[in-house]
Design a protein around this ligand. Structure first.
Ligand SMILES: Nc1ncnc2c1ncn2[C@@H]1O[C@H](COP(=O)(O)OP(=O)(O)O)[C@@H](O)[C@H]1O
Ligand SMILES: [Mg+2]
Length: 358
């Protein structure tokens, strides 16, 4: 006797999403359940294709259903529908999540992290955009191997440049080569706002915004132009020690922008010959910093010449060196970030509570 639909769902209620802390049936993740003879098929629709425990959930769901009497074959298809935590307005109406990447000062690897996170998210199947809002030193075109590209415009809107599966825009694409801009405060804000409004971003799951270092006009303008899901703070051990990262965290708290987490960069060295990872600096780690501000810690990227070399050569490291420890770190951070975004979407709308009644 094959199981009933209710029996299958009952079994699946024992499978929990560790981030949303609810079972996948109550969360409404189980779709298109069909039972024919000893064969059971269903889909699990997650809140992000970058879910770090995707494979684990699939195996667990398959296991509990396969253990039911009368079941021989279980087919589980994993899909995803990225949610948003913000009310959509007239700017970026089809962008589900704007994620800002910020730091207390320059040179900490903010652009490197932005680029590699964007590419890592896109590799999971998410639709991703990357906005270089660092108008003082736009470096995304070079890091993405697109410094000679010029964007087209259509119906008065600028079309983003597409590379490595992501849509990107930078002031660097719009300036003539070698052209310098002398910035006055309000111009920065206006330019960032224009890059959001005038670019035809289309539908995106995640738009990663590489902010200028420090905090100020660009961050404020971003927060005022479009609803931001949250901000990621990139910090090196030096910023942590000098409390530069802490100040950035405090500023975003003041701006009422949710903090999605802290990424620690260049704190350790992965030895290419022996494979061990050594922390280079003593003192407070990014993890401790995150704990002290009650912000999620998203992970640590080791210092590796391959990272800077890939950036200089225009192929992000997660593509040029996918097997390396740093690429593994970028992928893990992308997964945790996506999980934090999903959590914020549920928390904001109280969906966990509402769906609990299903
Ligand atoms: N994990 C890392 N390992 C080695 N070099 C790195 C790493 N992260 C960043 N870099 C290098 O450090 C420099 C500054 O990084 P960048 O991303 O431009 O910083 P920011 O955008 O914060 O100014 C670049 O040359 C970059 O290639
Ligand atoms: Mg930069």
């Amino acid at each position: 006797m094959p199981p009933t639909e209710e029996e299958v769902l009952q079994a699946l209620r024992s499978v929990n999403d560790p981030d949303l802390r609810k079972d996948i049936v109550s969360l409404g993740f189980v779709k298109d359940l069909s039972i024919s003879g000893d064969r059971v098929q269903f889909k699990i629709e997650l809140t992000t294709p970058a879910c770090p425990v995707k494979d684990l959930l699939q195996e667990e769901a398959r296991g509990v259903v396969a253990a039911l009497p009368g079941v021989k074959t279980v087919e589980v298809e994993m899909t995803a529908q990225v949610r948003t935590s913000v009310e959509k307005g007239e700017v970026l109406p089809e962008v589900r999540n704007v994620i800002a990447v910020a730091s207390g000062k320059g040179g900490v690897g903010k652009s490197t992290v932005s680029v590699n996170l964007a590419v890592a998210l896109a590799k999971t199947g998410a639709t991703v955009g990357l906005l270089d809002a660092d108008v003082y030193g736009p470096s995304i075109p070079l890091m993405m191997g697109a410094e000679h590209d010029k964007p087209w415009s259509k119906a008065g809107r600028i079309l983003p440049i597409e590379k490595f599966g992501i849509k990107m825009m930078s002031l660097g694409f719009l300036l003539e080569e070698g052209q310098a801009v002398i910035w006055r405060g309000p111009m920065v804000g206006t330019t960032v706002s224009q890059l959001l409004r005038d670019v035809d971003w289309g539908a995106l799951d995640y738009l990663i915004v590489d902010l200028p270092p420090g905090t100020g006009d660009a961050s404020l303008s971003l927060a005022q132009t479009a609803p931001i899901t949250g901000v990621v703070i990139v910090a090196t051990p030096h910023d942590v020690a000098a409390n530069i990262a802490g100040k950035a965290v405090t500023l975003f708290e003041k701006l009422n922008v949710p903090l999605l987490g802290v990424v620690e960069n260049m704190s350790s060295f992965a030895c290419p010959s022996c494979g061990t990872t050594t922390r280079i600096f003593a003192g407070m780690s990014g993890e401790e910093l995150a704990a002290s501000y009650k912000v999620p810690f998203l992970g640590s990227v080791p210092l590796d010449p391959e990272v800077s070399d890939s950036g200089d050569k225009g192929t992000p490291s997660v593509i040029a060196h996918p097997q390396s420890a740093h690429s593994e770190a970028f992928r893990a951070i992308a997964g945790r970030l996506a999980a934090e975004v999903s959590k914020s979407a549920y928390a904001e709308k109280g969906l966990v509570r509402k769906l609990g009644a299903v």
